[in-house]
Design a binder for this molecule. Structure first.
Ligand code: FPP
Ligand code: MG
Length: 295
């Protein structure tokens, strides 16, 4: 990774951390257990990938990072809620995430469910605090987030994933799951960033195409990493997909074709990013980084 991209990621993830800290009730706010649990997962060392993509998409449409911070933070709250619930014993039953014990291991199952619920809910309050633009009202930001998180997208992907466990599923079904479980929220982050920058319809369309393809590349690579990296390298239990007979891109297509798919999605994202012009150079750099990431 180039040192300027490293610096860009560091600067913007610190900005996002400060914004999240402002938006969330303090850890001592009563009942303090729930606020400590919300903050524990939110500040557990996530890459802040979705917020950074939201900021880069805003800049690609001629906007500023400061205007994208509310929507970027809202998406990170949804992402964190989904990971807390995904790790619960009734879902993937995972003890580690980002190298730390998962929420239910630290706070108990009940509090972990509530921390997820509260992060999901506060996301809409934060999105509603975003400044409207001439093309997009606050209700547009909230609707966008609700749609990507609801039973047609994020929850749809998780539900189809649960139903598919232990079954033989097709490439098309796997694509359905990945598009909803991962790609939709990543696309939503970038669309919200673009909307905070008052993107014109053609810009929003290009950002949507880029987000969809980057989201797919991201999940295919996640599948590859699960099969090839160690638990220490990933900060979460490695090899779970195979152990639980989960369908993944490598298990359905083989490792070589899975890597080709990741490349293909990244190239499609590049085409869309190119159409946004020179301001999109961070988006291009970030998409290259996602393809070669190792954790
Ligand atoms: C890792 O992101 C996350 C994914 C690959 C997405 C997984 C999606 C789910 C678990 C859906 C769960 C949905 C519900 C409704 C329970 P990352 O590598 O950016 O994580 P980081 O923030 O820890 O870096
Ligand atoms: Mg999981």
């Amino acid at each position: 990774m180039s040192s300027s991209l490293k610096e860009y990621i560091k600067r913007n993830s610190e900005r996002v951390d400060r914004a999240l800290d402002r938006f969330l009730p303090s850890a001592s706010t009563k009942p303090s257990a729930i606020h400590r649990a919300m903050r524990y997962s939110l500040f557990a060392g996530g890459k802040r990938l979705r917020p950074i993509l939201a900021i880069a998409a805003a800049e690609a449409c001629g906007g500023r990072a400061s205007r994208a911070l509310a929507v970027a933070s809202a998406v990170e709250c949804i992402h964190t809620y989904s990971l807390i619930h995904d790790d619960l014993p009734c879902m993937d039953d995972d003890d580690f995430r980002r190298g730390k014990p998962t929420s239910h291991k630290v706070f108990g199952e009940g509090m972990a469910v509530l921390a997820g619920d509260a992060l999901l809910t506060i996301a809409f309050e934060i999105a509603a605090a975003s400044r409207p633009t001439s093309r997009y009202a606050q209700a547009d930001f909230v609707r966008e987030l609700a749609r990507a998180s609801g039973s047609l997208f994020l929850v749809a992907g998780q539900a189809a994933d649960l139903e598919g466990e232990g079954k033989k599923i097709s490439h098309a079904q796997l694509r359905f799951i990945h598009e909803r479980k991962t790609s939709a929220l990543l696309t939503c982050a970038m669309r919200l960033g673009a909307m905070s920058a008052n993107a014109a319809p053609a810009q929003l369309h290009a950002v949507t195409q880029a987000g969809h393809n980057l989201g797919m590349a991201f999940q295919v690579i996640d599948d590859i990493l699960d099969a090839t990296k160690t638990t220490e390298e990933l900060g979460k239990t490695a090899g779970k997909d195979e152990k639980f007979h989960k369908a993944t891109y490598p298990s359905i297509l083989g490792m070589k074709r899975a890597r080709e798919e990741a490349n293909r999605f990244t190239l499609a994202a590049h085409r869309a990013i190119r159409s946004l012009g020179a301001c999109a150079f961070r988006l291009k750099q970030l998409s290259d980084y996602l393809l070669i990431r190792q954790c």
